[in-house]
Write a protein that binds this ligand. Structure first.
Ligand SMILES: Cc1ncc(COP(=O)(O)O)c(C=O)c1O
Length: 434
């Protein structure tokens, strides 16, 4: 006899009706049914506790179900849940723009809202292309890093590195010129290629993940190397679009990753940590120079972009609550504490025979597993590693053969030690082949 919906577990009901992101539904097996979260911990239906050591896809800043964020959202929900953002405005959106601009470099002047990281990049690209269009200049070329990831909408996919993920859509992506990211050893080549490409003066923009390329496998650049590229762009009138979707909001030890370099980008793309990773919101900010190219009596110079949920008051309230928490010195003490502990742990494992390319930027610690065979996202060992960690109730989702830790800032010393311990166990187990 078939079970009624009521008799099925949450995971079983899910398997009947839901289609999960980046998931081969036939082989993936049931999803883990999470029923609540507190701090760094998530709890499943059976009461098992998991440490969220990757901040739920690099989103969560201050811990799950944070009472201050919940309270501000609740108050907002009972006041104004949503209003169209064309012809109308509201306090949370204005206050958030004011507070973001206080944190951003001085050259930033305006905040344009959307609803996720991909759309924040789409808006950044549109601002860039239309900036030149509005000025009557024929600049349409765009430069990005090889292996870049900027999201899954078509513009964001176009500026992302071509891979198995984008292969089905390749015919529909616009042309982009890719240069190597200036990772250690490639700084000079990256700079050489950029300098050569911008020389003829018709490059519209340069879009980049500053300091850390997340989905590429937590590949890191030194600030000086990125700074040299941004400097060349500035000298050659190329708009710099910093995709701070992953690295913004403290991940690199400063508020924004580009705070580590001397030249401020023209456009910032923000999401994830913008709401403390609690709800969907995107923001694209720009300099006054960019804004002025749209500010006109000519309606054709309008930025033609908008989403139904643009500047949703609940999302803005969550972002304001998150900003309150970022204003506390305790948050930055935590970021420094995690950074120091990562460094100590990194020193401990860096000479392990299976550890390669150990790297760290702020609270992001990563290394590659040596001798892991095929290094792609799809390799079999990746799935074994995932199973190894999840069976020990630690959420660490390797990117191919890259293992990384990127926790919420509220992770306790004890929880962090538990994360390091399961990595130790993995390295020891792998000696005897996983
Ligand atoms: C650097 C970067 N840009 C953009 C995105 C896309 O953000 P979203 O998944 O919210 O669309 C991501 C997501 O991981 C990202 O890491």
């Amino acid at each position: 006899m078939q079970k009624s919906t009521k008799q099925l577990t949450l995971a079983e009901r899910d398997q009947k009706v839901v289609w999960h992101p980046f998931t081969q539904m036939k082989t993936a097996g049931p999803s883990i049914p999470i029923v609540r979260g507190k701090g760094t911990l998530l709890y499943d239906e059976a009461g098992n506790e998991y440490i969220d050591a990757i901040a739920s896809w690099w989103m969560n800043s201050h811990g799950h179900s944070h009472p201050h964020i919940a309270a501000r959202m609740n108050k907002q929900a009972l006041t104004l849940e949503h209003v169209i953002f064309a012809n109308f405005t509201h306090e949370p959106a204005v206050e958030l723009a004011e507070r973001l601009l206080e944190k951003l470099p001085e050259n930033q002047a305006r905040v344009f809202y959307s609803d996720n990281g991909s759309t924040s990049v789409e808006v950044g690209l549109k601002m860039c292309f239309q900036y030149w269009h509005n000025l009557g200049k024929q600049k349409t070329r765009i430069i990005a890093f090889e292996g870049a990831y900027h999201g899954d909408t078509f513009g964001a996919m176009s500026v992302g590195g071509r891979s198995a993920f984008s292969a089905p859509f390749a015919p529909f992506l616009f042309d982009v010129e890719f240069i190597p990211a200036p990772t250690p050893g490639l700084e000079a080549e990256s700079l050489r290629q950029l300098t050569e490409k911008v020389a003829d003066g018709n490059v519209a923009g340069f879009v980049f993940e500053p300091l850390v390329q997340g989905a590429a496998g937590m590949k890191m650049q030194k600030p000086e190397a990125l700074e040299a590229l941004v400097k060349v762009c500035k000298e050659n009138h190329v708009l710099c679009i910093a995709d701070e979707v992953m690295v913004g909001f403290g991940r690199t030890g400063k508020f924004f990753a580009t705070d580590h370099i001397a030249y401020p980008p023209d456009i910032f793309c923000l999401s994830k940590g913008l709401t403390g990773g609690t709800v969907a919101l995107g923001a694209t900010t720009c300099s006054n120079e960019v804004f002025q190219a749209f500010y006109s009596d000519d309606k054709m110079k309008t930025l033609f972009h908008g989403h139904s949920c643009t500047a949703n008051p609940l999302s803005c309230a969550a972002a304001l609550a998150s900003m309150d928490i970022f204003d506390k010195s305790e948050t930055w003490d935590n970021i420094r504490r995690i950074t120091t502990q990562h460094s100590a742990y990194g020193r401990k494992i860096q000479d392990h025979p299976l550890v390669e390319n150990l790297r760290q930027c702020g609270v992001i610690l990563a290394f590659d597993l040596r001798n892991s065979g095929e290094t792609s996202y799809f390799n079999k060992q990746r799935d074994k590693i995932w199973n190894f960690f999840i069976s020990r109730h630690v959420i660490l989702r390797p990117l191919g053969n890259t293992i990384y830790v990127l926790p919420p800032y509220c992770i306790t010393d004890g929880e962090l030690q538990r994360v390091y311990k399961v990595i130790d166990e993995l390295l020891n187990d792998l000696n005897g082949d996983l």
